[in-house]
Design a protein. Sequence first.
Length: 283
Amino acid sequence: MKKLTFSIFLFATIISAAQDKKPYQIFDKKGKKSSYEKVLKASEKTDVVLFGEIHDNSVVHWLQLEFTKDLAQRKPLVLGAEMLEADNQKQLDQYLKSEINQKQLDSSARLWKNYKTDYKPLVDFAKEKKFSFIATNVPRRYASLVFKKDLVALDSLSAQEKSWIAPLPIEFDINLPGYKSMMSMQGGHAGEKMPKAQAIKDATMAYFINKNRKENSIFVHYNGTYHSDNYEGINWYLRKLDADIQIVTIAMVEQKDISKLEAEHYNKADFILVIDEDVTKTY
């Protein structure tokens, strides 16, 4: 009888463990387990949320959409994304106002290959709620220009072209750890041009986020997690624009074991979203 009881208990425990299996866990900056509700509560009291992602992770895109919907029930929002470039703002606005359809947006704007699965739901939610959606990123050709010829190459741009990037001159601090580590790429031959190309993206995203903030609203921004990890990148430039700005950062990492945060990710953000490394990729 005791063996039977133990067997039933063991079976129930296994079933319970299987039922509890989930693809993600949220931690605070110190590595303590947190919760989705705590992220929402912190976010409704801030000015800007920088929601970092790994671009091909299906769970983070689902969670971004759910988070946005839930936060919108608490406060008005302005949305924005790295995945849309500033010179495509006109086309994006036309789509939001139903002046053009999705096919026309596809043909007139530079959309990422995973736009339809991963970012269109966010844009369509903004359209439904009549929220602004801001194309915050620098047109990629200018980041490429910086990589090839340095930041001084931007001085020769036309006034129209300069309107699509952060105001010049762009402040750049090579001593920021994120940029410093980039210099070691390509066998140490990357030099300062690679981090400067990253900086022009970060500075431009920060500029358009700050420019399009609205009173009593929260700006939710979706970006590659490396653009806001360790309170650098976009975060650093935003604080240069407004020292009093309130920002909540969400970093994303993939781990085999999501039950605890690996020490290397401590202090990466206010909240660290750990997703099982086996989840489905979107591309």
